[in-house]
Write a protein that binds this ligand. Sequence first.
Ligand code: HEM
Length: 254
Amino acid sequence: MTPQHIELVKSTVPVLRENGVALTQYFYNRMLTNNPDLKNIFNMDHQSSGRQPRALAAAVLAYAENIENPSVLAKAVEHIATKHVSLDIQADQYSIVGENLLHSISEVLNVPFESDLIAAWKEAYLQLADILINAEKAKYDGLATQNGGWAGWRTFEISAIEETAEGKKFTLKPQDGNTIPASEPKYYISVKVQVPNHDIQQPQQFTFAEAQQGNDYQIVVKPEQQKTEFSVANILLDHYNVGDTVQVTAPLIG
Ligand code: HEM
């Protein structure tokens, strides 16, 4: 990026931040309308609460503020990359997010899409996307090469459901019958379910309470207070039985 690009980007961060809600709402509406497939990976509960939309745009703005010194954001990059890998986010999806984000910035700042300012934001976005894509690639490679490991989604069968004091304990066995990596408390997996009466799937992360050392994983599923039709925990509790299958990503921490 040229010094002029950097100045342009940094000078617009405050006004974008002030209009954070408009920016993120416009961005998500635009992106999910044009790319309805993404409804299968973005948690629709988080969308309606506004939690995730704010997180993504806030991360881009924080990055732009520290654009001359991206190492400040190393911890955030590690956290975001881990979450993305747990959701099987792919490099080619960055151009979809980028295009929609740039259009949203142009809209909120009321500047033409074909302008120096948006060109500068494009450079900034590409720089951040590149950092995340590389961090994610290293993680996918690491997951795929560990003993019993895999990258992306793998089909697991629910082999038992037991009542416990904390909630229902689901035991998940890989459908292919092959080995799976051992894991530790605080590691999490994403579990993806089919949403009843909707043609979409929804993922959610579940953190292990105990070490996992066998041929299956055990997660405790607690009912969510706010019952919406997209709540993965409630869908598992109300609609899934022993013998049903779900999609699972490999354990990660971060
Ligand atoms: C430079 C680009 C991006 C940035 C800065 C970014 C940032 C973030 C942040 C901060 C979070 C929240 C992490 C947390 O839960 O603590 C997040 C989650 C997420 N990101 Fe990204 N992201 C980017 C690109 C993408 C792309 C390309 C996709 C795929 C289309 C994507 C999909 C998701 C999903 C599905 C979640 C979880 C959201 C949920 O809770 O439903 N992100 N991202």
